[in-house]
Design a protein around this ligand. Structure first.
Ligand SMILES: [Zn+2]
Length: 678
């Protein structure tokens, strides 16, 4: 998710508000948690529920110039960013020599734009020259391993250490598909006007970046063509995202020597050793054809072109740490991809960088100030309520056999719940941070993260690890650990507020909790068992019934269009759409057990049930630039906000009753066409 802000003056205002009001805002007591001023009462709820709930808000909120999207999530990201700004400023000016000094110094090094400007591209000159001196394919491969182990990305081969899906108590190396710059293979392969234009701009961008390093215009243009040739070949060999969702197809375990037998030029055991990956005899490859293609390309593409490819990726990856000419060129191309009009302020870019690279140190400062044990306790109660309700619902399912239900209960009861932040902060004490070396700080932190990753091999799986930093506005389900995670960053209005009525909290964070729980039982999650292992625990008839219900959801979402002709990819977004549908159902049933629901009193003119669904629609309110929307349709497994609001409710009887939705209303589905799964 992007995080940016518009103008200096607005940032100052935001910081001011944040510094003088507690999380959740200063006007809690007077806040309307469901505000009719944000709704469009001229729209019938049954025609377009998203617009009924959010229409006036949408009209009042254009996408800010330094953003590509604006909505409930983005607003919270912005608020959290303001808080991180304060914490970083404070750390940078605090003379105390404690562990938090590192984030302060890191931040100060990034803010010193005068020093960074003076250096130009000097910080990566030695790397560019080293690449330029390569003379053989073997040296090209060695360069990639060198970069990976020294705080650089090391393009082409994408490898990481994570749990073996079929034996989750063990870490194993995993080779993915990568090596391209543009967001998806379609950008290289589709012949339509939008993608053709992007490719033309991409060629110019590569050439411009090389020109900034002193390469002539003619040579820079040739280099751009070389990069495009290699990346187009890689894009062709990549599996489309929908196929990458197939967990069995992408699980291909090889002994190193067997993998090497498929790639005459690549000795994987040797590559692994150079990557400091030792003590393991096998590897999982998501797309073996892609690895074969790399080997084939290494045999036919001239060394000169590989050098250009490596230099390009280095330039592209390091541009944010170089002088303004590089940053600007980088941003200009980003504008082509996303439509974003202005670059975000410098402090915010640095803050994101620190959140990415030393996020658990910055995050510790964040939770000390902005998260309470009380919030954690309230959240845990909600999670437990929803878990119980989910169990009740599984018990009542008419399409699932008792045999599969027993296994489903086992899995549901085995959920690990992570709320707020980690119990065990990562220790960055060995990372040297220099107040005068921004790019060096970035690389040392990246090297630390790499070393930390490879050091996991051979050790027991550490289930205390968090995939999110505390300020992150997100939540997750992780199948290999069968765990749900809710970082501190999302536990705020409009998702959650101590002063809000239950309808608002159940429609907000309740639906998010239900969503993450349902991921354990979506088309992918249902394939792993209570212990996290990929295994078939369903009877065949139950699995078949599930698949046919899931197909209904695919068809429903394929019918949502954006930008006139582009429509949602129902297969790519299936897991998320199933999670949304389950999430709202579970949260609603849990809400019906509350006193507010039972008493049935109206607040601001809305019944408890209406407030629940309005709160749900409110979390998806958003506006988005067309370029960003087009990009997300190809790359994002989540549906656009309007589909996320309207898709689930159109399958839920209680929503029809709450808003008196009738045949003839545009979202109306006859009862037998409403999909009921969880
Ligand atoms: Zn999800």
């Amino acid at each position: 998710m992007n995080r940016k802000c518009r103008l200096g003056i607005i940032i100052l205002t935001a910081v001011f508000l944040v510094s003088f009001s507690p999380p959740g805002g200063k006007d809690k007591k007077t806040r309307k948690f469901i505000d009719p001023a944000n709704m469009d009462l001229s729209v019938k709820p049954g025609d377009n529920f998203f617009l009924y709930a959010n229409g006036a808000w949408v009209k009042k909120n254009p996408v800010p110039a330094s953003k590509t999207r604006w909505g409930s999530f983005d607003q919270l990201i912005e608020d959290n960013s303001g808080r991180l700004h304060l914490l970083l400023e404070e750390a940078a000016h605090n003379p105390a020599d404690n562990k938090f000094k590192k984030v302060g110094d890191y931040y100060a090094s990034g803010l010193d734009s005068a020093a960074i400007e003076k250096l130009g591209y000097e910080p990566i000159k030695a790397d560019m020259e080293r690449i330029n001196s390569l003379t053989s394919i073997q040296e090209v491969v060695n360069e990639m391993t060198y970069e990976k182990t020294n705080g650089m990305t090391g393009s082409l081969i994408s490898i990481n250490i994570s749990q073996d899906k079929k034996n989750v108590s063990k870490y194993i190396p995993q080779i993915g598909q990568g090596g391209i710059t543009l967001p998806d293979r379609d950008y290289y392969l589709k012949g339509d006007a939008r993608n053709s234009k992007t490719r033309t701009e991409f060629l110019m961008h590569i050439a411009n970046m090389f020109r900034l390093t002193g390469v002539s215009a003619a040579d820079a243009a040739k280099k751009a063509e070389a990069v495009m040739r290699i990346e187009t070949a890689l894009a062709k060999a990549q599996l489309p995202r929908v196929e990458m969702r197939d967990q069995y197809k992408t699980y291909n375990k090889f002994a190193w020597k067997d993998l090497s037998a498929t790639t005459p030029l690549l000795d994987w055991k040797n590559i692994a050793e150079k990557l400091a990956i030792t003590g393991t005899d096998s590897v999982i490859v998501s797309n073996p054809s892609f690895v074969k293609l790399i080997d084939l390309l290494l045999g036919v593409v001239p060394v000169e072109d590989w050098k250009t490819y490596l230099q390009w990726h280095l330039l592209n990856d390091e541009a944010p740490y170089l002088s303004s000419a590089f940053e600007k060129e980088n941003f200009n191309f980003n504008r082509v991809l996303s439509g974003q009009k202005e670059i975000q302020p410098r402090w915010q870019r640095i803050s994101s960088q620190i959140d990415n690279s030393m996020g658990e140190l910055l995050g510790e400062l964040y939770v000390n100030k902005y998260f309470t044990a009380e919030a954690k306790k309230r959240m845990l109660d909600l999670v437990n309520n929803l878990q119980q309700t989910f169990a009740d619902r599984i018990k009542r399912l008419d399409w699932m056999s008792d045999e599969t239900k027993q296994k489903a209960f086992e899995k549901l009861n085995a959920f690990t719940k992570k709320i707020g932040y980690t119990d065990k902060w990562r220790d960055y004490s060995s990372v040297r941070v220099d107040r005068n070396d921004y790019i060096g700080n970035h690389r040392r932190a990246a090297k630390w993260a790499y070393d930390d990753m490879v050091s996991r091999l051979g050790k027991p799986v550490d289930k205390t690890r968090w995939g999110f930093t505390p300020p992150t506005v997100n939540a997750s389900y992780n199948a290999t650990n069968n765990e749900i995670t809710f970082p501190a960053g999302i536990l705020q209005f409009p998702f959650f507020d101590f002063d809000a009525d239950d309808a608002v909290n159940y429609g907000g964070i309740g639906a998010v909790i239900g969503h993450e729980m349902t991921h354990g039982f979506d088309d992918q999650g249902r394939q792993s068992g209570a212990d996290g292992n990929l295994t078939e625990w369903w009877t065949k008839p139950d699995a078949d019934k599930f698949k046919s219900k899931a197909d209904e959801v695919v068809n429903q979402y394929n019918a949502f269009t954006i930008l006139d002709t582009i429509h949602v990819n129902g297969r790519l977004t299936l897991g998320e759409n199933l999670a949304d549908l389950g999430g709202v159902n579970i949260a609603y049933e849990a809400f019906t057990k509350t006193n507010q629901f039972k008493e049935g009193k109206k607040i601001d003119g809305f019944t408890p049930a209406q407030r629940f669904f309005l709160s749900y629609a409110q979390i998806w309110r958003s506006v988005i630039l067309p370029e960003e929307a087009a990009k997300r349709i190809l790359t994002d497994p989540h549906s656009p906000g309007m589909a996320r609001a309207n898709g689930p409710v159109s399958n839920i009887d209680a929503w029809y009753e709450a808003f008196n939705v009738q045949p003839g209303d545009k979202m109306y589905k006859p009862k037998e066409q409403r999909t009921r799964i969880w």
